[in-house]
Design a protein around this ligand. Sequence first.
Ligand code: ZN
Length: 370
Amino acid sequence: MWTSESLRDSRVEKSRALPLADSLVRPRLLSTVCRILLFALCLLLSADCRLPTAYSLPPARGLYEVREIKPHVFVWVPDDVLDLEGDPQFSRAGTCGFIITPAGVIVVNTSNTPFHGRELLYEIRQRTDLPVRYVINTDSHADQMLGNEAFVDQQAIIVSSSLAAVEMRQYAHTLARRLREDENWRLQARMRGIHPTMPAQTFDREMSIRLGGQEIRLVSMGGAHSTGDAVAYLPAAKVLFLGHLFENGFFPRLASSDARQWVEILRQLEAWDVETYVPGHGPPGDKKQLAEFRGFFEWLLAEVETRIQQGKSLEEVRRELNPAETFRWSARELAPRAIEEVYRQLEQERAAGLSAAPQDNPPGQPTGPQ
Ligand SMILES: [Zn+2]
């Protein structure tokens, strides 16, 4: 039958056509697959040659720098960038440091998130595989201690003054309340995976850490910036880590601080046998920069005091004074708070002075020539 024949023929044609098409397509397909595989292999090989191991990958972008200020004494200085993670009240990363000794590493402050703590640890690991033995917190503020968590796995001993440890526990307690009351989940999102990690060892007045021939003296200097402030002194290297007691090119955060006491403590610290002062924010400085920072408090105390004597209100003083014009520093948003705190302190002093005046001349006592 022609139909079946033609059908058969066409089937034959088809059955013949398929291997024919295959014979044309398959080599092309094979060659394309081979090319892709070869290309992928080249890519892999070239990537393997180009990229170092994951262990030594560079940071995403240099939003910090590391300076070796003295042999084996390093300072980690973050750029002035406000972080989107961590506590929004402490979104500016703090300056940290680390000292490498033959017996291990000592870290001074850990910045405002475990992410920055890990950057610090990364930089330590670029220089040594020795264990991190100690982490020192110079004060309780979250932008110097929320990175502690990154060093827990290192089994480092976290050290602070006993008063700073109390303040840190208060902070953790307040943070837990803020998280419970965080109705829009913003704080929850920012604090996700971050756990305030408390010191395991504390000291009241002084403590000395000796590790690998390096001595670090921790000295309580509370009462200016906060009650729990301490400093970390390396007498051999003549380096002094001051934490928030010194800001280099940044306005300080005054919160129930004592500006007069701050001036006194800075004067004392200027007299120490120190060449490099490491601040809470900004790059390391010298005695000149420390004195400039003291000058800010002296200027602010004098300006506010003059206006209080003229009977001016806090609002008037705030309108008239612009610290950011006189001091071209970062963290300008903290300047109005500094005015408020100094005004509050001077008003309290004035009120205490007025109430103390009758006690100087108690009733019934002679007050003048008889
Ligand atoms: Zn700070």
